[in-house]
Design a protein around this ligand. Structure first.
Ligand code: GDP
Ligand code: MG
Length: 839
């Protein structure tokens, strides 16, 4: 017997012993790692940790330390090839059926059929389906294809972390509701997003009624692993339709699945589909529109002691709220839902028990659970192992019938790409290369559309000036609205490019590799690779990043990840960075490589800061063990341009909506604050046609905004910022990109007609302090950049953090530590820079 951690790449072992830690052992079992399972060691991550294994036809990544606790017997590969070492006993009826040609079609509500039990559904009620399945099985793609909505899709586990509902019109013109749920590996639900799915299915949520029907999505290329969760769902006894997705992949892999056979075994309709191609969904639509849908009677053959224990617990389960039963009497036959709750609770790890009992509403039944577990410990050695193994045995039989066996096939292309992309040297070169390409494109490709937008807003402003009489309203439109909104909208092309690259990384499946690559680094700061994905997606926006922390099981780790996520430079910082970088070099000079490198440096600085603070928090206020890391590595897929472009459009929509609402509003308020009270003009002085620049500055200085700015000036002067920048910082508290619009409003200097389109950066470069030195000296620009890298300036993010942490304390803490650090570091940079002779 050797520990899995000492295998060499390509070697196989049959598992003989699982870790002593109950929680770890159970997680491994539920992912299919059982005693007797054959696993292949594929490779180590470039930094030596974690390890990648293949089992039951999919790739799983586990930390070396955890793998060291799993023991196995080395397989002599010359002698044996195959998926599982356990002999699969196929019952006679199954063999018989798979030999005869089945005429059973997808229709399955023939009454009297031994496996199908019809349930009447009240036809006047709208049909509603909960869409469930493993992560990354294509649920959201299917949901989008059916409803015409555009929920986010990505090729890695953990994209959908919330429930989203949508509708489509069924075959008879009736509305059918769909509820897209987060992916799940087990009803045992270990992470917050999995708990959402469990709670909806088990009718434990106040805000969502239990769906009347279930649409299970199975990834046909990973049939065996997918069936673990699906068979648990089938046991809930609800009317179910199964969509057998990714049939294209399964076929290409040489392991097609027979939908008819699977349907015959499970007793519910199984419809082959390819969610990425809408024309394959017709049959599914038809079945979903049926007035009646069957539920399955499939059950694993549990050892009798386990069935007895579960039944004993279920019989004592309280019936809160469901007044139809007399709660003192045990109910027979037992409700399948209650039996599943009982089974989950009976098999939970000791440490999870009290919390879980509360969540599932076990009440008094908890004492029965404890006594039944004690009995099981006495009477059935290794009963937890046997429980999961019974289910997998049943599943292996299903696979034999529907797929001609279990398959250890894995995607060749994925293997080869991974050889390269997770290589110890090439992996990092690719990672850095991809990042460089992204930042350089942001500067090169985006330049043209940015110029067009700039010219467009200039023309618009000229046109308004031409047709309107001089006055406050005209000033409001040109100096307030157009300058403020135009100043922000100009960055749309750069943001779109950023989203294009992020979409590409997500849709190909590279995101999960980034987590695999970075797990070692993350474990050094006390987190794990899964925390890296929320951080990486915070490059786009911290809000989806924070939402995706729901895939992290441990609450403390999740909180740490939430606290540091906004340090990752989001797309709202991009305009500010771009503006300050533009102000550093005269227009037309400075190479894109230097600018790109500086930009990348800022992103890197934010990332390092996020890691540093994560480490600090894990060491101090949120102490805890380095968490368990179990992650599936999905196969690489060709990215879908449609998906990426649709995501980009959605993002552009959000950005423009913000520009049209929040930023428009703030621009108007700012203009007002900057223009009033009006400067007192002595009587008799003829009003100048166009106030020249000096008087404009004076006007600003004695305006409301000027007062605010000058009140702040003493605090900001040590950072090299003047009162006008202070106005910008105040305005940026609502949303970072407003800083740019504010600078346009505050520094809006008249452009002479016929001037070449003049980027704001150039205007800023020309600004002078009263003593003639430039306002935006390189050191000031740097100080502003540093401030923006670190400070917390986004009301929406704070609101989301409040919701996700359910407290005001954490967003407040986050605001203070981030903005405090920003201030301190800007101070150090500016004062330090001056000390060594910069200005
Ligand atoms: P979810 O996590 O279950 O919601 O899965 P998603 O809907 O986000 O899809 C995961 C990935 O699988 C995406 O990259 C999809 O484009 C891809 N995908 C979904 N359905 C199919 C399919 O039928 N065939 C192929 N080849 N890819 C699919
Ligand atoms: Mg999804």
């Amino acid at each position: 017997m050797i520990p899995l951690s000492s295998l060499k790449p390509g070697q196989q072992a049959v598992i003989t012993q699982l870790p002593a830690d109950e929680q770890l052992a159970m997680r491994l079992r539920e992912m299919g790692l059982l005693i007797g399972t054959t696993v292949t060691f594929v490779r180590c991550a470039p930094l030596g940790d974690p390890m990648e294994f293949r089992l039951r036809g999919f790739e799983l990544s586990i930390r070396n330390n955890d793998a060291a606790q799993v023991l196995g017997d080395l397989v002599d590969q010359n002698r044996e090839v195959g998926g599982s070492a356990l002999p699969v006993v196929i019952p006679a009826h199954v063999v018989a059926r798979s030999k005869t040609k089945t005429v059973l079609s997808i229709s399955h509500n023939a009454p009297g059929s031994p496996l199908s039990h019809t349930r009447e559904t009240v036809s006047s009620q709208p049909k509603s389906y909960a869409v469930v399945g493993n992560p990354n099985s294509g649920k959201t793609t299917l949901f989008n294809a059916l409803t015409g909505l555009r929920q986010k899709v990505g090729n890695y586990p953990g994209v959908t972390v919330e429930k989203k509902s949508g509708q489509f019109i069924g075959q008879h013109g009736e509305k059918i509701e769909l509820l897209d749920l987060p992916g799940s590996y087990s009803l045992g639900a270990h992470a917050p997003d999995e708990r959402i799915t469990r709670d909806v299915l088990m009718d434990l949520r106040q805000d969502t009624p239990q769906p009347s029907r279930i649409l299970c999505v199975i990834d046909a290329s990973h049939l065996e692993r997918n069936l673990y969760f699906i068979t648990q769902v089938l046991e809930l006894g609800l009317p179910t339709v199964i969509a057998l997705n990714m049939i294209d992949v399964a076929k290409a892999q040489g392991t097609p699945v027979s939908a008819e056979q699977l349907s015959a075994e499970l007793g519910v309709p199984v419809i082959p589909v390819q969610a990425t191609r809408k024309e394959t969904l017709l049959a599914l639509r038809l079945v979903l529109s049926r007035a009646e849908v069957t539920h399955s009677a499939w059950m694993p053959h549990l050892p009798s002691q386990l069935t007895k224990a579960t039944d004993a617990v279920a019989a004592q389960w309280p019936t809160a709220g469901k007044a139809t039963h007399d709660h003192r009497k045990p109910r027979y036959p037992l409700d399948p839902l209650v039996r599943m709750k009982a089974l989950i609770l009976v098999s939970a790890a000791d440490s999870e028990m009290p919390g879980l009992a509360l969540e599932l509403g076990a009440g008094e039944a908890l004492s029965v659970v404890l006594s039944e577990r004690a009995t099981l410990d006495r009477e059935l050695q290794g009963w937890k192992e046997k429980l999961v193994a019974a289910r997998y045995n049943g599943i292996e039989q299903l696979c034999h019938v529907a797929q001609g066996g279990t398959h250890d096939a894995s995607d060749r292309l994925t293997q080869r790409l991974d050889d390269l992309l997770t290589h110890r040297l090439w992996g990092w070169i690719f990672f850095l290369g991809a990042m460089t390409l992204m930042f350089v494109s942001i500067f090169t490709i985006a330049q043209y559309p940015m110029d067009w937008i700039d010219v467009g807003f200039d023309k618009l402003s000229e046109w308004v000036q031409g047709i309107m009489p001089a006055g406050d309203l005209r000033d409001l439109l040109t100096d307030g609205v157009l300058a403020g909104v135009g100043g922000v909208v100009i960055f749309l092309p750069q943001i779109l490019i950023l989203f294009f690259f992020i979409g590409l990384l997500e849709d190909t499946g590279y995101m999960a590799r980034a987590a695999f690559l970075m797990d070692r680094v993350m474990s050094k700061v006390g987190l794990h690779g899964k925390s890296f994905i929320p951080l990486l997606s915070s490059y786009a926006c911290a809000i989806p990043g924070i939402m995706s922390t729901r895939t992290i099981e441990n609450p403390k780790d999740r909180l740490v990840t939430i606290l540091v996520a906004p340090l990752m430079s989001c797309s709202a910082r991009l305009p500010v960075y771009a503006l300050m970088i533009a102000a550093l070099w005269p227009s037309g000079t400075g190479s894109v490589w230097t600018k790109g490198a500086l930009m990348m440096g800022l992103y890197l600085l934010g990332t390092v800061a996020a890691l540093f603070f994560a480490w600090l928090f894990k060491k101090t206020i949120l102490k805890g063990q380095t968490p368990l890391f179990l992650m599936e590595l999905p196969p690489y897929r060709l990215p879908s341009l449609y998906q990426i472009v649709s995501q980009m459009c959605q993002r552009a929509g959000i950005f423009l909506k913000r520009a049209g609402t929040v930023i428009l509003g703030i621009s108007i308020i700012l203009w007002f604050l900057a223009s009033f009270p009006k400067m007192h003009v002595p009587e008799g002085t003829p009003e100048p046609q166009e106030p020249h620049e000096r008087s404009k500055t004076e006007q600003l200085q004695q305006s409301f905004a000027g007062h605010i700015g000058r009140t702040l000036e003493p605090a900001l002067a040590p950072l090299g910022m003047d009162w006008k920048i202070g106005i910008g910082l105040v305005a940026a508290q609502a949303a970072r990109e407003v800083f740019v619009g504010t600078m346009s409003v505050v520094y809006n200097v008249e452009r002479k007609k016929g001037d070449a389109p003049d980027m704001l950066g150039e205007t800023l470069r020309k600004q002078q302090r009263p003593d003639g030195t430039p306002v935006f000296s390189p050191l000031t620009c740097l100080s502003i950049l540093i401030f923006f890298v670190f400070s917390m300036q986004c009301v929406s993010t704070l609101a989301v953090v409040r919701r996700e942490t359910n407290s005001f304390r954490w967003p407040l803490f986050q605001f203070c530590y981030m903005t405090g650090t920003a201030y301190a570091l800007s101070f150090l940079v500016y004062q330090g820079g001056r000390l060594i002779g910069f200005h």
